[in-house]
Design a protein around this ligand. Structure first.
Ligand code: FES
Length: 125
């Protein structure tokens, strides 16, 4: 038997665009709602590693290590567009748009259905 989902307005789109993230509690379910690169995503605030409050973590550019023509590292740099959520407990990172761990695509955040209705950001929980 599947549970019936309920639509709940959790933010104004303009506020989410300005802040980049809000973490809300809906009937005891904590949800992180994100705006990045024109997209809205929502994730359960539970890290797949050990259950930490992943959505409380910082959003950081994805670290990259470009390789020069001589096949040596050009040193660490940050990706210009990709952003990761960094879990505050042990530092696991997850792409804000896909929810996937950058090194192991089998590991990821659990999505919450989210949509934009006019100026309202609506999650289904
Ligand atoms: S609980 Fe998130 S990294 Fe360990």
């Amino acid at each position: 038997m599947s549970a019936v989902l309920r639509d709940v307005v959790v933010a104004r789109l303009s506020d989410l665009q300005a802040r980049g993230r809000v973490v809300v509690s809906v009937d005891g379910v904590e949800v992180g709602v994100y705006f990045h690169a024109g997209e809205v995503r929502a994730w359960h605030n539970v890290c797949p590693h050990q259950g930490g409050p992943v959505c409380q973590g910082k959003m950081m550019p994805r670290t990259v290590q470009p390789v020069r023509e001589d096949r040596k590292s050009a040193g660490p740099a940050f990706h210009p567009a990709d952003r990761n959520i960094v879990c505050p407990w042990h530092g696991f990172e997850f792409d804000v748009l896909t929810g996937r761990h950058p090194a192991d695509g089998r590991v990821g955040l659990r999505a919450v259905p989210v949509r934009v209705d006019g100026e309202s950001v609506v999650v289904s929980v």
